[in-house]
Design a protein around this ligand. Structure first.
Ligand code: SF4
Ligand code: SF4
Length: 405
C-alpha cells in the first residue's frame, strides 16, 4: 500500500513503524473473513481492512471524528486478522498507534471518561480491586443484572503453595485482578510444576503487566506499569535465579512478550524489556505432559483457546495436548479462532457486541459431539474465564486446575 504520512508523524519512531506496517498491506481483505466484529456488523469499517484504511487516513493528516473512534473502539484487538493475513501485517501494533493519536484528538463524553478513569484506577491495583470486589459482593443483590454478572459470588480457595525446594525455578506473574478473583490458578500451577521438579515463585512488589491501561489508550501509563514490573523482576533475572517467566493468564503473556517492542524507544529499559520478553513463556509451554495426573475415568472438556494465546502469542495445540495426556476427552468446538468477547475491558465498554460474541462462543463450546456436551469448559485466561462463566452454568476453569486434579 502506498503511503504519504503527514508531517506531524512522518519522522517519529511511531510514524516509521506505522509506515512499515501499512506498506505490507495489499488490501486483499482475507482478514475480514475471520474478524468477529465484521461478522457481527457487516460494515467494512468494522473489519481490519477498513480500520487499517481509517488509520492510514489519520496518519496522512485527515482529522479523526467520533465515528472514526467508534470503529476503532469496536475492535477487540483479538488479532485473528494477524493470524489470517498472508502478508504478515501487524494489525495490533498499527491499531495501538492509531488509537493513541485518535484518543488525543477526539474527546470522550463525561460518562465514558468517568468509566475509563475508574477502570484504569481500580483494575491494575490488586489491593484496591480486592476491596472493590468485596464491596461489590455485599451490594450484589441490589445491583442491576448487567453489573451483577460481573461480580462472581465466591472465590475458590488457593490450596497449598509448595515450598521452593527445587534447583530449577521459574517466576510467575501474580497479575492484578487474578489474585482476588482466582488465587487457585497460580497455586495449581505451582503444584503441577513442583511435581515436574520446578519451583514456581512470585516476586515481591510485582503488579499489573500494563496491558489494562495500555489498551484503555493510557499508553504512557501502561508503559509505566511495564517499567515497574520489570523493576520488580529484574533482581531475580539479573542474579540468574530463574530460567523462565511463566504466564498463567495468556492476556498478560501476550503483552509481556511484546515488552521488547513496546519499550524499544526507551533507552533505559529497552534491553531489559527485550530480555524479559525473551524469557517469557505461557504456562502450557513449560508444563511437561508427564506432570499431569492421570484421570481414573475420562472426562469431557471443551477448550476455549483465548485470542491472546492463539493469535497474540501464536501458541496453538499445546493445552489441548496436555489435557489429552491427562485423560480428558476434548469436545469439538466450531469456529475456535473467534473471540469470546471478553478482550480486557471490552466486555464492560462494549457490552452489546461482547454479549453477542459470548452467546456464540458458549453455543460452540457447549454443542459437544456424538458423546454429548462437555462437563466443563477450560480456558487459559482469567478475563475469558470470568466472562464465560457469567453466561453459563457449566463450570469454566483454568486448564491447569484440571491438570492439578
Ligand atoms: S491486513 Fe493482510 S489480509 Fe488484511 S487486507 Fe491487508 S494484506 Fe490483506
Ligand atoms: S483485532 Fe480482531 S476485531 Fe480487531 S480488526 Fe482484527 S480481527 Fe477484527
Amino acid at each position: 500500500m502506498q503511503t504519504e504520512l503527514a508531517d506531524f508523524i512522518r519522522d517519529t519512531p511511531e510514524g516509521r513503524e506505522a509506515d512499515a506496517i501499512l506498506r505490507k498491506c495489499v488490501h486483499c481483505g482475507f482478514c475480514s473473513a475471520t474478524c468477529p466484529t465484521y461478522q457481527l456488523l457487516g460494515d467494512e469499517l468494522d473489519g481490519p481492512r477498513g480500520r487499517i484504511y481509517l488509520i492510514k487516513q489519520i496518519l496522512e493528516g485527515a482529522e479523526p471524528t467520533q465515528k472514526t473512534r467508534l470503529h476503532l473502539d469496536r475492535c477487540l484487538t483479538c488479532r485473528a486478522c494477524e493470524t489470517t493475513c498472508p502478508s504478515g501485517v501487524q494489525y495490533g501494533r498499527l491499531a495501538d498507534i492509531g488509537r493513541g493519536i485518535v484518543e488525543e484528538k477526539v474527546g470522550r463524553g463525561i460518562w465514558e471518561s468517568v468509566q475509563r478513569t475508574v477502570l484504569s484506577a481500580v483494575l491494575p491495583r490488586t489491593g484496591l480491586f480486592g476491596i472493590a470486589l468485596a464491596l461489590g459482593r455485599i451490594a450484589r443483590p441490589l445491583l442491576p443484572k448487567a453489573l451483577k454478572e460481573k461480580i462472581p459470588s465466591g472465590t475458590e480457595t488457593a490450596g497449598k503453595w509448595p515450598e521452593p525446594r527445587h534447583k530449577r525455578k521459574m517466576l510467575a506473574l501474580a497479575g492484578c485482578v487474578q489474585p482476588a478473583l482466582a488465587p487457585a490458578i497460580n497455586a495449581a500451577a505451582a503444584r503441577v510444576l513442583d511435581r515436574a521438579g520446578i519451583s514456581l515463585v512470585e516476586a515481591p512488589g510485582a503488579g499489573c503487566c500494563g496491558a489494562l491501561r495500555f489498551h484503555l489508550n493510557e499508553q504512557e501509563a501502561g508503559r509505566d506499569d511495564m517499567r515497574a514490573l520489570i523493576d520488580a523482576w529484574w533482581p531475580m533475572v539479573e542474579r540468574g535465579e530463574i530460567e523462565a517467566i511463566v504466564m498463567t493468564a495468556s492476556g498478560c503473556g501476550a503483552t509481556v512478550r511484546e515488552y521488547g517492542q513496546l519499550l524499544q524507544h526507551d533507552p533505559a529499559y529497552r534491553d531489559k524489556a527485550a530480555r524479559i520478553s525473551a524469557m517469557t513463556k505461557d504456562l502450557c509451554e513449560v508444563v511437561p505432559e508427564t506432570a499431569a495426573g492421570k484421570l481414573s475415568m475420562p472426562r469431557r472438556v471443551a477448550f476455549q483457546s483465548p485470542c491472546s494465546l492463539q493469535h497474540g502469542q501464536q501458541v496453538r495445540g499445546k493445552v489441548e495436548a496436555l489435557l489429552q495426556a491427562a485423560g480428558y476427552e476434548l469436545s469439538p468446538v466450531a469456529d475456535g479462532h473467534l473471540c469470546c468477547g471478553s478482550a480486557g475491558t471490552y466486555s464492560i465498554l462494549q457490552p452489546e457486541l461482547s454479549g453477542k460474541l459470548r452467546e456464540r462462543k458458549l453455543a460452540a463450546l457447549c454443542a459437544g459431539g456424538p458423546a454429548g456436551g462437555p462437563e466443563c469448559i477450560a480456558t487459559a485466561n482469567i478475563g475469558c474465564l470470568m466472562h464465560l462463566q457469567a453466561g453459563t452454568g457449566t463450570p469454566v476453569r483454568h486448564w491447569i486446575q484440571l491438570l492439578d486434579e
